[in-house]
Design a binder for this molecule. Structure first.
Ligand code: SAH
Ligand code: SF4
Ligand code: F3S
Length: 374
């Protein structure tokens, strides 16, 4: 019996697919090279923007023929998109050949659903769940090993669906993280550790007497061996001096920070509930450049947030020009049902969003060229 996993979304999901693979291999499945030869296909979905969800609907729809040929094929959809019960139900109603629809907290029970499918279609969305330390995983990212340090998010940026589909912040115990890294390095197959969390800088705040993120980084660097450590994602409001110092001091920590600014305008940042100003953000960038001279810095930006004016968008352009990032990701604002921003007056039209995203990307291209010449 063979499995095939289709993954959407962020690195967190990529790593979660490694856990899905681990669970399936424990059940006796082998990895299929192509979708066509699979006995079970799992879609691990993302809900961050509408486009991500549309792609899932399109690609799941394409399975109709394969299911007709192979009546025993099991089709499962899980992840952030199906954590929303309305979307889960819509998926089940639209595609009669989908067998299992579960949310982000149901993963430890995947084996149970596969067994239960004999009795009928399975739909279950758990509201919350603890981190399951016992889940097996099969690493698939070459010499890089993803290591989850926390799950969930408490920030509730007004545009973002993540806190609704991943629950509140929960940190893993430092000893479990350190043990996982020791075991991973001991296998001799990995030379890069990437720590994952929606907001790694608030690591440990929910564990009494635990470590903060800077302490965790330093502890990881004490592990013997030839390896580097990087992490994502940092939230500017929590990127404290001790973290910057740890990156600067520790040779094993990669000199790289992904520090999403989202906007360069203070009114928009406030509406986004980002809890920092343009000035505070630039202050952090200045500190990073001062303490870590060769640090690579990248960022995410959202254009066309509700009520964003042309002048306010230009503040984003000027921030990008000022910081001189190594690269940026630019996204058109996509309203997500249930979030605060989706209910705001002053939603912008698609043409304005397209226009702004193109201008931001063109600026980025121009700056890259100029940097290249230097
Ligand atoms: N936890 C990380 C990343 C979350 S999602 C952080 O806080 O930065 C990755 C990126 O997707 C975000 O940085 C943001 O730029 C973008 N994003 C999130 N919600 C979005 C939405 N509704 N529309 C467009 N882009 C969005
Ligand atoms: Fe979303 Fe904000 Fe949390 Fe990042 S910090 S996951 S953008 S709510
Ligand atoms: Fe998408 Fe979920 Fe990641 S919404 S970006 S897969 S946490």
């Amino acid at each position: 019996m063979k499995y095939f996993i289709v993954t959407y979304g962020c690195q967190m999901n990529v790593h979660e697919s490694e856990k899905i693979a681990g669970i399936l291999e424990n059940l006796g499945y082998e990895c299929a090279n192509e979708r066509e030869e699979a006995d079970i296909i799992v879609f691990n979905t993302c809900a961050i923007r509408e486009g991500a969800e549309d792609r899932v609907f399109g690609n799941v729809g394409n399975l109709k023929k394969q299911k007709k040929k192979n009546k025993d094929l099991i089709v499962a959809v899980c992840g952030c998109m199906t954590q929303k019960s309305q979307t889960a139900q819509r998926l089940l109603n639209t595609f009669p050949f989908v067998d299992i629809v579960i949310g982000t907290f149901n993963l430890p029970k995947l084996g149970y659903y596969i067994e239960a499918v004999k009795k009928g279609r399975q739909l279950e969305i758990l509201e919350e769940g603890d981190i399951d330390e016992s889940l097996p995983y099969k690493r698939t990212s070459g010499e890089n090993a993803w290591v989850n340090i926390m799950q969930g998010c408490n920030n509730f940026c007004t545009y973002c669906i993540v806190p609704y589909v991943r629950g509140r912040e929960k940190s893993r115990k430092p000893e479990n993280i350190l043990q996982e890294i020791r075991d991973t390095l001991a296998s001799g197959k990995y030379n890069k550790i990437t720590l994952l969390g929606q907001n790694v800088n608030s690591y440990g705040k929910d564990i009494e007497g635990g470590m903060n993120f800077a302490q965790l980084l330093r502890e990881i660097c004490k592990i013997e061996g030839d390896f580097t450590v990087s992490f994502m994602t940092s939230h500017p409001k929590d990127l404290t001096d001790d973290v910057i110092d740890a990156i600067a001091d520790e040779d094993k920590v990669e000199k790289y920070i992904h520090l999403p600014a989202q906007s360069g305008n203070n009114r928009v940042l406030k509406l986004m509930n980002r809890s920092y100003s343009r000035e505070k953000y630039l202050e952090i960038i200045r500190k990073i450049r001062e303490k870590i001279p060769n640090c690579r810095i990248t960022s995410d930006f959202i254009v066309g947030f509700p009520t964003e004016t042309e002048e306010e968008f230009k503040d984003t352009l000027s921030l990008v020009e000022e910081v001189k990032y190594d690269s940026i990701f630019a996204f058109m604002y996509s309203p997500r049902e249930g979030t605060v921003a989706s209910k705001m007056d002053g939603q912008l039209d698609d043409k304005t969003k397209h226009d702004r995203v193109n201008r931001l990307l063109n600026l980025e291209k121009r700056l890259q060229k100029e940097e290249g010449k230097k």
